[in-house]
Design a protein around this ligand. Structure first.
Ligand code: ATP
Ligand code: 9VF
Ligand code: MG
Length: 416
C-alpha cells in the first residue's frame, strides 16, 4: 500500500501521538476511515484528525519535538526514545521534511476551513471541537498578530455559531474568556434543545407552514400540493428566457424537467382548471420547496420554501391585496413596509420589505403572460419565502438558521 496517507503510517510506526500543545501521548488504538483517523490515547482521550500526508499532525510526528510527556499515559522510556530516534525503518517514509512555505500555518487553517466549511454559516460542522485544522490555528505555531484580538477567527466562528441571533457583541472587552463563554453558550443551547424535546417538539419551518396554511384556509384559500419536479417548458412559458437571470438559476434534470424555482406555473394551471369548476373568486395557495442556484449570501438559500397565494376574479384589487398582506404579516407578528418595484416576470410589483430584506413580491394582475396560461380575469397574488419570514421574526443573522438543515434546529446550532 505504497500510497497510504502518511499520517496513518506515522501513527502506526511512532505508536505515540503529539497533541496540539506538543504533549506526547501513547496510542492505545486507532481507527482509520477513508478520510479520518480516530486515535485513542493511553490516557483515554479521543482525537479525530484528517488522515492527511501534509497535515500539521503528520509534520509534528515527523519532527519528533515534544514539550512534555502526558503523565497519565505512563509512557515507557523505550517508547519515547523510539519516537525521538525514529528507531524504525519504513520504506514508505522519506525522512526529509517536506518544504514548508512561509505561509504554511495560515494555509493549513485555510485549507481546513475551505474543505470542511467554506464558511462557518455555510457548513458549521467545521467549527466543531473535532476539527483539527481549526485547532491548529490556536496553537503556538500561528503567526502572532500585531494587535491581539480577544478571540481568534475560529473561536469567533464557533461563538457566532453558538449564538442564535446577535445577542453578544464579540468585540466587547468585558466578555469572559473563550473557554467560559463557549461552555456557557453550549450549555444554554443544549438546555434549549432539551426543552424543545420535552415540550413542543415542533420544527419552526414546519410549524410556520402549518400556521400559514391555517391562516389562508381561514381566509377562504384552498391548499394545493403539486410536484416539485416540473416540466422545464413551464419556465419558458413564464417568460423566463435562456438569457434571463432566473433561467440560469434553474436546476435542470437530463430529461427536460427541473426543480421548480417558483410555484406560479402550476398555480396558473389550477386557476385555469378551477375556473371551470369553482365559484368566483377563486382563491388558492401552495407552500413547498423551491430551488434556485444562488451565489449570494445571508438571505438566499438554494433550497427554500415558498408560499404563493393568489385570488382570481372578483375583488382582485391592489387595495385588497395590501389588506391581505397586512393581515398575513400581523398574524405572523412580523414588521414590514411596502415598496413598489419592477420585475422581469410580472412588470410592476408590490414589494413587502423587512428592513433591506425582501419578504415578498406581490403582484396585481392581469399581466400579458396570462394569455399563455389561458387566464383572462384580474388576479392578485404574493409569494413569500418562509425562511426569510423566520429570519425576520427571530432576527437570525443568517437565513440558514431557519432552513432545512442538519446544522441548525429551530435556529440552534446542533454540533454542541
Ligand atoms: P431576490 O431579489 O431577493 O433574489 P427574488 O425577486 O428573486 O428575490 P421572487 O422571485 O420574487 O424573489 O420570490 C418570491 C419570494 O421568495 C422572495 O420575496 C423571497 O422571500 C423568497 N425567495 C426568493 N429566492 C429565495 C432564495 N434563494 N432563498 C430564500 N428565499 C427566496
Ligand atoms: C406574485 C412570486 C401567476 C396568478 C398563478 C400567481 C403570483 C408573486 C410570485 C414568485 C414568482 N405572483 N416567486 O402569481 O402570485 O412567481 O415569481 Si399567478
Ligand atoms: Mg432572486
Amino acid at each position: 500500500m505504497a500510497d497510504r496517507p502518511m499520517l496513518e503510517r506515522l501513527v502506526k510506526l511512532n505508536d505515540v501521538w503529539l497533541s496540539r500543545k506538543d504533549v506526547l501521548h501513547g496510542i492505545q488504538k486507532y481507527d482509520v476511515s477513508t478520510k479520518k483517523i480516530r486515535i485513542t490515547t493511553d490516557c483515554g482521550e479521543i482525537i479525530t484528525v484528517n488522515n492527511s500526508r501534509r497535515s500539521a499532525s503528520a509534520r509534528s510526528l515527523r519532527n519528533s519535538k515534544y514539550r512534555k510527556v502526558c503523565k497519565h499515559c505512563k509512557l515507557s522510556e523505550e517508547r519515547i526514545n523510539r519516537f525521538v530516534a525514529k528507531d524504525f525503518y519504513d520504506p514508505g517514509i522519506t525522512y526529509v521534511e517536506a518544504p514548508v512555505k512561509k505561509s504554511a500555518p495560515k494555509k493549513v487553517l485555510k485549507k481546513g476551513m475551505t474543505a470542511q466549511t467554506q464558511s462557518a454559516e455555510a457548513s458549521p460542522a467545521a467549527v466543531s471541537a473535532e476539527s483539527p485544522a481549526i485547532k491548529t490555528e490556536e496553537s503556538a505555531s500561528m503567526p502572532v498578530n500585531e494587535k491581539k484580538e480577544k478571540f481568534s477567527p475560529s473561536q469567533k466562528k464557533r461563538l457566532e455559531a453558538l449564538m442564535v441571533a446577535d445577542e453578544i457583541d464579540l468585540n466587547d472587552s468585558n466578555l469572559s474568556d473563550y473557554a467560559t463563554l463557549e461552555a456557557d453558550l453550549t450549555a444554554q443551547r443544549k438546555a434549549e434543545l432539551r426543552d424543545i424535546y420535552a415540550n413542543s417538539r415542533e420544527h419552526m419551518l414546519a410549524k410556520l407552514e402549518r400556521d400559514i396554511s391555517a391562516f389562508l384556509i381561514s381566509k377562504g384559500f384552498i391548499e394545493i400540493k403539486s410536484s416539485i419536479l416540473i416540466p422545464e417548458e413551464y419556465i419558458v412559458r413564464m417568460g423566463i428566457d435562456k438569457d434571463l437571470e432566473l433561467s440560469k438559476q434553474v436546476f435542470r434534470t437530463d430529461d427536460g424537467q427541473c426543480l421548480r424555482p417558483m410555484l406560479a406555473p402550476v398555480l396558473y394551471n389550477y386557476l385555469r382548471r378551477f375556473d371551470k369548476i369553482l365559484p368566483d373568486p377563486i382563491k388558492i395557495f401552495e407552500i413547498g420547496p423551491c430551488y434556485r442556484k444562488e451565489s449570494d449570501g445571508s438571505s438566499h438559500l438554494e433550497e427554500f420554501t415558498m408560499v404563493n397565494f393568489c385570488q382570481m376574479g372578483e375583488g382582485s384589487t391592489r387595495e385588497n391585496l395590501v389588506q391581505l398582506l397586512d393581515e398575513f404579516l400581523t398574524y405572523l407578528g412580523i414588521e414590514y413596509k411596502i415598496e413598489g418595484d419592477e420585475c422581469m416576470v410580472y412588470g410592476a410589483t408590490v414589494d413587502v420589505m423587512h428592513g433591506d430584506m425582501e419578504l415578498s413580491s406581490a403582484v396585481v394582475g392581469p399581466v400579458p403572460m396570462d394569455i399563455d396560461w389561458g387566464i383572462n380575469k384580474p388576479w392578485i397574488g404574493a409569494g413569500f419565502g418562509l425562511e426569510r419570514l423566520l429570519k425576520a421574526k427571530y432576527k437570525f443573522k443568517n437565513i440558514k438558521r431557519g432552513s432545512r438543515s442538519e446544522y441548525y434546529y429551530n435556529g440552534i446550532y446542533t454540533n454542541l
